[in-house]
Write a protein that binds this ligand. Structure first.
Ligand code: BGC
Length: 345
């Protein structure tokens, strides 16, 4: 009898641990960033690291723009016993592989910045996404360019009433790049402006690449470029360098450029008047929401919530019970309001 009681006690002890498997005293969050050398993602990363208190173990790895490297990092995290993953994917199409790895070990995942396909999100109810609606940023870019065109008739260099532009795209596999490209031009059309694309190419979100692509656009379209759309501020800044080098931005005359992110160098270009508009891509709140979710999931909290905003469905409908998206709104940044986004020393 004693032996049976003893066995039952041991079983109860083991079961109590098994039942608690998701309730981690100190959560351990394994975080990957697609590449550290990305201005916007550095801001998000710094915010996540700033939020991490001594109540959490946080490891942040640089995936160096390589999905195989990121897959290895995820494997290592899972072997080390993380209680949640926070992943900025290199290649959004690799998401199903990563989710299956995590699901096999019952470790919840917070994806951020690179929106996954809804079918991948549907693969497991312990997968969350933090990001911003890319369509909105494109629309804001188009609206700002439309307002500038209407206020500056001299922008129409060949006086044909058509806005001739070039487009610098981010990584084409990224939803942000796709929608910013599409919605910016749709907003021009909605404002009643005819437009024509002179050149469009990817500069992979990168300033130096954008500078050389823009130099090539200028050489191929001498005197013809009337506007520049860039999917982010880094590429907008590269374009501005090329415009300056070609003598097209001088003596207060500029070819208008719009970007997205409102990074510190982007805001500085707004101050110089070389960037006519950008869109706040709120790195602080995206970092906070990612941290909040990873912390809550990593501790096995009964209720998952964030300090940033409610849980929503993919379409933005608030859904506190079943929503697994946190959408952080974009904000239009113009010469009238940019100063409020400049960090105070
Ligand atoms: C940002 C880009 C960044 C990209 C990385 C975008 O949301 O606007 O600056 O390079 O995310 O995925």
């Amino acid at each position: 009898m004693k032996k049976i009681v003893g066995i039952l006690l041991v079983l109860a002890f083991v079961a109590s641990f098994a039942g608690c498997a998701k309730t981690a005293a100190t959560p351990y969050v394994g975080c990957t960033i697609y590449k550290f050398d990305d201005t916007f993602m550095s801001l998000v990363r710094q915010e996540i690291q700033k939020d991490a208190t001594d109540k959490i173990k946080l490891s942040v790895q640089d995936s160096q723009n390589s999905q195989p490297t990121q897959n290895d990092q995820v494997d290592t995290f899972l072997t080390q016993g993380v209680t949640a993953l926070a992943l900025n994917l290199v290649d959004p199409s690799a998401v199903s592989v990563v989710i299956q790895k995590a699901k096999a070990k019952n470790i919840p995942v917070v994806l951020f910045n690179r929106e996954p396909d809804p079918t991948d999100m549907a693969a497991w109810n312990e997968v969350y996404y933090v990001g911003a609606k890319a369509q909105q940023s494109g629309t804001y870019q188009g609206e700002m360019m439309a307002a500038y065109w209407k206020a500056h008739p001299a922008m129409d260099l060949n006086h044909d009433g058509v806005l001739d532009y070039v487009m610098l795209m981010g990584d084409p596999s990224n939803t942000d790049a796709k929608y910013r490209t599409q919605y910016s031009i749709e907003a021009l059309t909605a404002a009643g402006i005819k437009s024509k694309v002179l050149a469009q190419d990817t500069a992979m979100w990168d300033r130096v690449t954008a500078q050389s692509k823009m130099a090539a656009f200028i050489a191929a379209n001498p005197g013809k470029i009337e506007a520049v759309f860039a999917n982010n501020d880094d590429m907008a800044l590269g374009a501005i360098e090329a415009l300056k080098a070609a003598g097209l931005d001088k003596n207060g005359k500029i070819i208008p450029v719009v970007g997205v992110d409102a990074t510190p160098p982007g805001l500085d270009a707004m101050k110089q008047g070389t960037l006519i508009g950008t869109v706040l891509n709120d790195a602080t709140r995206q970092g906070d929401a990612t941290y909040d979710l990873a912390f809550a999931l990593g501790t096995g909290a009964a209720t998952i919530s964030t300090t940033v905003g409610p849980l929503c469905d993919q379409d933005g409908t608030v859904d506190a019970a079943n929503g697994r998206y946190v959408w952080v709104p974009y904000v239009k940044v113009t010469p009238d309001n940019y100063q409020q986004y400049v960090a105070k020393p």
